[in-house]
Design a protein around this ligand. Structure first.
Ligand code: GLU
Length: 482
């Protein structure tokens, strides 16, 4: 096949679009050009350190079936490796490798001390009963355990597309059964329910992190002016694609902060209402009606048209490859806030950047999930809930301070004011505060890296270059590349 050079050196075969991995590789190389590391080190950072492909049998009501699964550990520069497990019919090795690589850069950007990993099981959940999903999850975990591809010190999975707290419980339980007496066994997976060693705030963490990241980006008045936008979220018109965990929570937090959700896009269609849609009401409607369409007076559109609605911010929050060279010229949003992993192809990205659309890249913007996973892992290793030791102590210190102020000034606060001031930090307060600080700090760093080098074309390149530098430093300090 004759190669054609479309985007900025990204060679694509004439009839074959670049794979997800080729897109990630393209972004890596583009950013690597702004670093000064030797080629061998860059190659070591780029490649996947370990790829495990497993095929195992399960028995269903329809007979025996072979299930395909993968776990890819992209980088061992820090251990454990970390990244979700995806259950979807489209799962394949190229996808799992790409997602694992994105995890490495994501963790590096938000100072989460893990290497990147990802897992995937190629199944269509709708075809299986709950019992069969449990069997598949437990068997997949056992396969990982056999090869030491899971454990609190080596590789720690989490939820991703098609999995949630329930699957994480089965994973933890299977791992614990195979490792009796291991005191830190619960740290083998994150995203667990609270009663099983989970942490408050993890379920909504990716959406909340997206909200903090977007709020931070929108707070820079000069930068927003260059996009023709006023600073702040208040009144911004937002379209969210995907109403799963990430899309739902992103939409909800943005709405609570005063943004107007003018469009919601699902796999079976899109809703449009310039006056704003109530996110919870749409979710309740979809649950009852079994489809997104037919909600009140909102206009109904095909899902492709949903992405192209007139808005200020588009949040793709489902799967990869939804913004491509084909639809990028028609996207009207001024900001793309990537909640999903890899929602924009390299060719689509190139067009957006040339058109002056600001892309807040996935490796930064959806890092809230893994950030709170890190907190959950710390909780599991320390065997104590955050806030347990200090909450009461803080409350009595604040209370004493208030008493002194009140008697010095002769003024008394109302009960509500008193409660707000005296409140000591609980687990969820600490988790959300750590997440907020992490997202703001990471944005500061990538924005500064972008502005420091005028030739860096966009935030994604700045984010990748920042991440590459961090991983490179870690390798150099390990003494691997003297
Ligand atoms: N699956 C999520 C992601 O893509 C979370 C990973 C984790 O918490 O380890 O970032």
């Amino acid at each position: 096949m004759k190669p054609t050079a479309d985007v900025d050196g990204l060679k694509t075969a004439a009839h074959k679009p670049p794979s997800f991995w080729e897109n990630v590789e393209h972004w890596f190389e583009r950013a690597a050009a702004f670093t000064s590391h030797p080629r061998g080190l860059l190659d070591q950072i780029k490649v996947c350190n370990a790829v495990y492909h497993v095929q195992f049998p399960i028995r269903t009501a329809r007979g025996y079936e072979v299930i395909q699964g993968w776990r890819v550990q992209h980088s061992h520069h820090r251990l454990p490796c970390k990244g979700g497990i995806r259950f979807a019919p489209e799962v394949n090795e190229d996808e799992v490798k790409s997602l694992a690589a994105l995890m490495t850069y994501k963790c590096a950007l938000v100072d989460v001390p893990f290497g990147g990993a990802k897992g995937g099981v190629q199944i269509d959940r709708a075809r299986y009963t709950d019992y069969e999903i449990e069997t598949i999850t437990r068997r997949y975990t056992a396969e990982l355990a056999k090869k030491n591809f899971i454990g609190p010190a080596v590789d720690v999975p989490a939820p991703d597309y098609g999995t949630g707290a329930r699957e994480m419980t089965w994973i933890a339980d299977t791992y614990a059964a195979l490792n009796p007496g291991q005191i830190d066994a619960l740290g083998c997976v994150t995203g667990k329910p609270i009663t099983q060693g989970g942490i408050r705030g993890r379920t909504e963490a990716t959406g909340r992190g997206l909200f903090f990241g977007l709020r931070e980006a929108l707070s820079r008045a000069d930068d927003m002016k260059s996009l023709g936008l006023t600073p702040g979220l208040e009144g911004k018109r937002v379209v969210v694609q995907g109403l799963g965990n990430v899309g739902y929570h992103s939409a909800k937090f943005l709405q609570e902060a005063g943004a107007r959700i003018v469009g919601l896009v699902e796999f079976d269609g899109a809703l449009h209402d310039p006056k704003g849609l109530d996110v919870d009401a749409v979710v309740a409607h979809r649950k009852n009606a079994g489809r997104i369409g037919g909600f009140g007076k909102a206009a109904e559109l095909p899902r492709e048209a949903g992405l192209e609605l007139d808005c200020d911010i588009l949040v793709p929050a489902a799967l990869e490859n939804v913004i491509t060279a084909e639809n990028a010229p028609r996207i009207k949003a001024k900001i793309i806030a990537e909640g999903a992993n890899g929602p924009t192809t390299a060719a689509g990205d190139e067009i957006l950047v040339k058109r002056g659309v600001r892309v807040l890249p996935d490796v930064f913007l959806n890092a809230g999930g893994v950030t709170v996973s890190y907190f959950e892992w710390l909780k599991n290793l320390s065997h104590v809930r955050f806030g347990r030791m200090g909450k009461r102590f803080e409350e009595s210190a604040f209370s004493r301070m208030l008493q002194v102020i009140e008697s010095a000034t002769g003024q008394r606060l109302s009960e509500d004011e008193r409660r707000a001031i005296v409140h000591g930090a609980d687990e969820v307060d600490l988790v959300n505060s750590g997440l907020e600080d992490t997202m703001i700090g990471a944005y500061d760093r990538i924005f500064a890296a972008w502005k420091a080098e005028p030739k860096i074309p966009d935030l994604r390149t700045a984010a990748f270059a920042t991440a590459i530098n961090k991983v490179a430093t870690s390798y150099l300090e390990l003494g691997v590349f003297p």
